[in-house]
Ligand binder design. Structure first.
Ligand code: 5GP
Length: 188
């Protein structure tokens, strides 16, 4: 999406070698106009037939929510800790965090994803693919149908997207970074 790429070029900041900070418009402060346009683009890409959007807290929530509103369907977010209000049967998966460099468990109440659901997974970034893999495991453990995954930004030079596509999953990215250096960000 041209508008998303332009925003990344204007406001994105590189932290270290490969963490792109997009907190001014995407995952801390959120540009809601751009968010709604992204949700429309997701609907254009995937068409009808999705019954639920699944994401992971916290930075995937705004994107998943906007997509769900566009479709008029619910969204579900996997929690990163077992809180007292996570009752009933839980489905879990373990995820290695790209930003925290630690392994953690994600949990979803089984009652929110059923075998008749057609799930679209949404997240902010795709780097090595661990978050999407964890969410895919949740969908598979619930015997639901995975329609595909969509991310706002794929860092293509990391391997996640390639590995997941080779496994046969449909992975769409609204922007795809081919190369990122202090001087420039190059899109595909
Ligand atoms: P993966 O699991 O694909 O390795 O990494 C994806 C997750 O790590 C995303 O949910 C996102 O929150 C975080 N992440 C990965 N790369 C970046 C990045 O460059 N910038 C930010 N802000 N988060 C990232």
């Amino acid at each position: 999406m041209k508008e998303l790429e332009e925003k990344i070029l204007k406001e994105g900041k590189l932290l270290g070698n490969d963490v792109l900070k997009v907190g001014s418009f995407l995952n801390q402060q959120v540009d809601t106009n751009l968010l709604l346009k992204m949700a429309k683009e997701v609907k254009r890409l995937f068409g009808d037939g999705i019954t639920k959007v699944l994401t992971i807290e916290a930075s995937g929530i705004s994107f998943a929510c906007a997509i769900a509103i566009e479709y008029g369907i619910p969204f579900v977010f996997a929690k990163k800790s077992k809180t007292v209000n996570l009752a009933g049967e839980l489905v879990s998966a373990s995820v290695y965090s790209f930003t925290h460099k630690t392994e953690y468990q994600i949990f979803v109440s089984k009652e929110y994803i059923s075998s008749t659901d057609k799930i679209l997974i949404a997240d902010d970034f795709l780097a090595n693919g661990n978050s999407l893999e964890g969410l895919i495991q949740i969908v598979e453990k619930c015997n639901a149908t995975l329609v595909g995954c969509v991310v706002q930004i794929e860092k293509e030079y990391q391997n996640g997207g390639k590995v997941l596509r080779e496994k046969g999953y449909r992975i769409e990215a609204l922007s795809s970074i081919k190369k990122m250096t202090e001087k420039e960000i190059e899109f595909n």
